[in-house]
Design a protein around this ligand. Structure first.
Ligand code: 2AM
Length: 562
C-alpha cells in the first residue's frame, strides 16, 4: 500500500505462486516502442521460467516504489544527444537527484537500446546502470548495450539474466536468504520508537523560500528525509524539531561575556564545552524571567534589578529581546557555569506537518515562517526557524520525532465534506489533508480558506491548489489577501460572505478545521462561525454556541493553533 515503508510487506505477505518473496519488476522506457517490445519478450522468458514478474512503463511507475522492490530489470532507449525517452525522464532524473533513496539490497539489470553512430550511444541505459549502482543496488549481470540490430543480443542477454536469477526465484519463501532481502535493514529498526528524548537523525532534502522577494513574510517549504526510520505519521500530526543555535549567535554571546568557549561546563549530568552547551543544549533565542533573575544574581547588575521591580515594564522589555540583548544591555561578570545554570534547557519546536505519507512516503514536509528581524542594533533570528531556513545545509542532519495529534484528524469517512481555514503557515496541515484525500480517492467535498498579505508574493503552494481545483479535489477555494486593497480582508470575512453555503456544509456533516494564529485569527474565525450559525441557522446566540459545542464534541470542529 502507498505509504507503507519499504520492505515492511516484502517478506511478510508473499502470495507468489513460485513461493518466493522475490518479484521481478520489468520497467521500460520507450520512445518508439522498441524497448517496450524487448521488455515484453523478456517477460515472456521470465514467465516461462516460472518467475513472478510484472511489466510496467516507467511513465506509470512511482519512483519511490523502488524502495520496496527486490529485483528490477530496466529496458531503456536513448535519443538525440543522449536523452531519455519521455516516459523514462522522471525516473531517470529521480535516480540522479537528491531525493533518490538508498537501494542496498535491490538487485538490478539494465539493457540499453541505441544507435552506435551517435556519440551518446546507449547513454540513458548507462545512466540507469550507474545511478542504480551508486545508490547501492547490485547488478545481477553486466549491462547490455544494444545497437540497432538488437534482437539477438537482447534474447541472449535475457537468457543469461534468467539463469543468474535462478537461486533468488526458486528459493522457498522461508528460505534463509530472505534475511538479505531489501527491507531487512528497515526491519531491524522497525521496533524502534523515536521520541523527543530519542529523536531520529534525519537529513534535510531541501529548504526553499516560498514567499516572494517583495513579501513582508519569509516562509520556507522544508523537506526532510525519514528514510530507513520506519517513522509513520498521519495528516494532522506535528514534527518535533531539535535545532542548534547559530555559530554566530554563540560567538557573539561568548564575546560579550568575555568567556572562552572551550572551557568545560556541566549541563544536567553531562560535561561538555561551553560553546557546545550554548549551541546544542540551551535556549538563547527567547528571553525568560528565570534567566533575568539568575543573571542579575550572578552579575549584581543594578540596572537589571531596577527593571525587575515592575512586572509590566519587564514584560515589555523581554518581548522582542533574546538572551544576548539582555546581556548587552546589562553587562557584568559571570562565570561559564553560572551562565549555563541561568539558561533554560533547549526545547524542540513543533511544526504542523505539511505532507501525507500516502504522497511523500519517507519524507516529511513543513511550512516554516522564518523569524528574522532587525532589533536593538542587530539581526535576530528564531532558533528552529533560523536553523531550518538558513543554517541547515542540504543533506545536513536534523533530529526529529513525530508528535501525534488525534485532535486534528480528517474524517474517517471519505465522503464527509471538509472546511479548512488556514491563513499563513496555518496552511500546512491542509496540504497534508489534500494529499491524503487525493491518495484515498476521497469523494467528500473540500473547501479551503487561505489568507496572507499579498496575492503575488504570498500565495503559498498556489500551483498545487490550482491543480486540485482543476482536478475537482478542491471544491472551493476562498482567498483573503489582506493587503491587496485599502481595507483588510481576512479569512473570517470570506467565511461570513459565504455564510449560507458554509452553514449548508455544516448541516451536511462537514468537519471544520482551523490552523494558525491562536491569539487573533482563531478567535475571530470562531466568532465568525458563531455569527454564521446564528444567521443562517436562525438561532439565538446561546443556541449557536450549543451548536458549536456539539460540533466540537463530535470532533467536527478541530483546531491546531499556536
Ligand atoms: P495582515 O498581516 O495583513 O494583518 C496570515 O498572517 C494572514 O492573516 C495575513 O494576511 C494577516 O493579515 C492575516 N491576519 C492578521 N490578523 C488576523 C486576524 N485577526 N484574523 C484573521 N487573519 C488575520
Amino acid at each position: 500500500a502507498a505509504g507503507q515503508p519499504a520492505g515492511a510487506a516484502v517478506p511478510a505477505i508473499s502470495p507468489a505462486p513460485s513461493s518466493s518473496a522475490a518479484q521481478l519488476t520489468i520497467l521500460y522506457g520507450s520512445q518508439t516502442g522498441n524497448a517496450k517490445g524487448v521488455a515484453q519478450n523478456f517477460q515472456a522468458q521470465a514467465e516461462a521460467a516460472g518467475y513472478n514478474s510484472k511489466l510496467v512503463s516507467m511513465a506509470d511507475y512511482k519512483p519511490r516504489q523502488l524502495k520496496s522492490e527486490t529485483h528490477v530489470v530496466v529496458f531503456v532507449s536513448t535519443h538525440g544527444e543522449g536523452d531519455a525517452p519521455d516516459d523514462a525522464a522522471e525516473l531517470h532524473e529521480f535516480l540522479g537527484g537528491k531525493k533518490a533513496p538508498k537501494l542496498q539490497g535491490l538487485k538490478y539489470a539494465v539493457l540499453g537500446l541505441g544507435d552506435s553512430s551517435y556519440e551518446f550511444f546507449c547513454q540513458t541505459g548507462k545512466d540507469f546502470d550507474e545511478r542504480l549502482g551508486k545508490l547501492g543496488a547490485a547488478a545481477v549481470v553486466p549491462r547490455q548495450d544494444c545497437d540497432v540490430d538488437y534482437e539477438t543480443d537482447a534474447k541472449v542477454w535475457g537468457e543469461k539474466l534468467i539463469e543468474a536469477l535462478k537461486t533468488d526465484f526458486a528459493s522457498a519463501a522461508s528460505g534463509p536468504d530472505l534475511v538479505a532481502q531489501p527491507g531487512a535493514s528497515f526491519q531491524a529498526v522497525a521496533g524502534q520508537v523515536y521520541s523527543k528524548k530519542s529523536p531520529f537523525k534525519a537529513s534535510l532534502i531541501e529548504s526553499q523560500k516560498i514567499t516572494g522577494r517583495d513579501s513582508v513574510k519569509d516562509i520556507s517549504h522544508i523537506e526532510i528525509s525519514l528514510e530507513d526510520s520506519g517513522i509513520q505519521y498521519q495528516p494532522g500530526d506535528a514534527l518535533g524539531v531539535w535545532f542548534l543555535n547559530s555559530a554566530k549567535l554563540v560567538a557573539d554571546l561568548l564575546a560579550l561575556v568575555e568567556l572562552d568557549g572551550s572551557q568545560t561546563v556541566t549541563v544536567g549530568e553531562q560535561e561538555l564545552s561551553l560553546e557546545e552547551a550554548l549551541t546544542r543544549k540551551l535556549e538563547l533565542t527567547l528571553s525568560y524571567p528565570n534567566f533575568i533573575k539568575a543573571y542579575q544574581a550572578a552579575t549584581g547588575s543594578e540596572s537589571l534589578a531596577a527593571l525587575m521591580e515592575d512586572k509590566a515594564t519587564l514584560r515589555t522589555y523581554m518581548a522582542e529581546r533574546q538572551i544576548i540583548d539582555i546581556v548587552r544591555d546589562h553587562p557584568g561578570t559571570i562565570t561559564a557555569q553560572q551562565l549555563v545554570d541561568a539558561l533554560r534547557p533547549l526545547n524542540p519546536r513543533l511544526y504542523s506537518i505539511a505532507s501525507s505519507q500516502a504522497e511523500v512516503e519517507e519524507e516529511v514536509h513543513l511550512t516554516v515562517a522564518h523569524v528574522d528581524y532587525q532589533a536593538f542594533g542587530s539581526r535576530h533570528q528564531g532558533g528552529a526557524s533560523g536553523f531550518l531556513c538558513e543554517y541547515l545545509q542540504e543533506g545536513g542532519e536534523v533530529e526529529v520525532f513525530v508528535e501525534h495529534n488525534d485532535n486534528f484528524r480528517l474524517p474517517a469517512d471519505p465522503q464527509t465534506p471538509v472546511i479548512m481555514v488556514g491563513p499563513g503557515t496555518g496552511i500546512a496541515p491542509f496540504r497534508a489533508f489534500m494529499q491524503e484525500r487525493e491518495a484515498q480517492g476521497a469523494e467528500g467535498k473540500n473547501w479551503l480558506f487561505f489568507g496572507n498579505p499579498n496575492f503575488t508574493q504570498d500565495f503559498l503552494y498556489q500551483v498545487e491548489w490550482q491543480a486540485y481545483v482543476k482536478s475537482g479535489l478542491l471544491t472551493n477555494i476562498s482567498l483573503a489577501f489582506s493587503r491587496d486593497q485599502a481595507d483588510k480582508i481576512y479569512v473570517q470575512h470570506r467565511l461570513v460572505e459565504h455564510g449560507k453555503e458554509v452553514f449548508e456544509w455544516l448541516e451536511q456533516g462537514a468537519h471544520f478545521y482551523v490552523c494558525g494564529d491562536a491569539m487573533h485569527m482563531a478567535k475571530d474565525v470562531e466568532a465568525a462561525l458563531l455569527s454564521i450559525i446564528q444567521e443562517h441557522g436562525g438561532k439565538s446566540e446561546e443556541d449557536a454556541k450549543a451548536y458549536l459545542l456539539a460540533l466540537r464534541k463530535a470532533k467536527r470542529y478541530q483546531k491546531d493553533v499556536y
